[in-house]
Design a protein around this ligand. Sequence first.
Ligand code: SF4
Ligand code: SF4
Ligand code: SF4
Length: 435
Amino acid sequence: MKVSKYNFIKNINGVNVFFNAKTCALAVVDDNFMNALEDIEANNFIEDNYDKKLIEDMKLSGCIIGDNVDEVRQIEFYRNLSKYDKSSLALTLAPTLACNFRCTYCFENHGNKVMNEKTQDEIISFIKNQIKNIKNLSITWYGGEPLIARKIIYSLSEKILALCEENKVIYTSFIITNASLLTDQDILLFKKYKIRGAQVTIDGPKDVHDSRRISCNGKSTFDLLINNVNKLLNNGLDVIVRINVDKENINRIKELIFVLKDRIDKYSKLKIDFGKVSTFTEVCKSIEKSCFDNEEYADLLLPLTDNIINMGFDVNKMNIYPQVKYNYCCADYINSFVIDVDGFIYKCWNHVGVKEKSCGHISEMEKITSNEYLKWIQWNPLKNKKCKECKMLPICMGGCPDLVIDSKNDPVCDIVKYNLDNIIKFYYEKLKGVE
Ligand code: SF4
Ligand code: SF4
Ligand code: SF4
């Protein structure tokens, strides 16, 4: 028996709290646990000296493992299983890159095209070819502002839903929208076409939001969005309010939460999600100075989240409690694609519309082996010595690949590296509260 290399013990006011990054188990542990751990590490362990249940729990939590277990190898094995699993297909479709907003941090080049029929047919034909081999299909409607091309969303949805029903494939769909164009008719059609909800970005109280999420006609959209979020929620649809955070709006977030509490009818059903504003392309380079780095962001995320939970809101738990990751994101998963208005395919969401970063075209999807595609699929943080030896590997998995994939730069560690200690403390306090 030996101890896992992914164990963390944090002493909080004299109490030992254990976390294992390979299983994400968290527990308050006693002296017997600590003694067993020490004995195993010192090679003095005699199993009969310890309570059976304690040892079983230690094994179950991933804290102790068999002598012959190679944890890094296991991680690589599960990573490959997950990465090359083709039972699900995840498509992010941008029926247009046009947008009626000009957000200060937007990285897209918009134009005013909408997806033509040929490209729509090619998408359907691709799905038809895949449908026999998959169990789940998820579509995320993306843009630009996807509702500018609402007819395409509904016409594609009709065909895709029919294919899923015919082939008993589980279908889920979601839309990322600025919500300024949402109509009552859209809500009915969301329900008809199983678009289960929407992510709507609101970046602060009225003055802050309107100065960052600038509408092309110069009009304020804040009140309109609050009304539309209410409409979605009151019709039983899920809403994630996304708040993109940087140094410009961080001090006004709490005010926004008070406004939401006051003006959203069913705020307990709404989920809040934070995004860190980043400069992904030249288009948004001008806002570089106002962006937080991961370390700074980690410091402020947890107190902010705690505050919001205490006010009765639900938050995206993935933002807080670490998850075992076999892929960092959809970009390095084999069956996930972003498809732009012209049918060009990308792995990373941030590249949509940047043709030189495209992996190929939907019309040749079946035989796609371009370098631009393979580099995502074959990207492997385990090839990096730092990541391979890192205790955070199972919950970080090398950080955002887009930041390193075309360079020899060091990996950019996920925020979990900087706030794990605080997360353990945060959950310990929560557990203590329910005792
Ligand atoms: S709403 Fe979205 S796509 Fe439109 S400008 Fe803002 S960030 Fe860009
Ligand atoms: S590679 Fe990075 S930027 Fe691209 S989708 Fe993944 S996390 Fe986002
Ligand atoms: S990116 Fe950083 S934290 Fe993540 S696994 Fe690599 S070295 Fe560890």
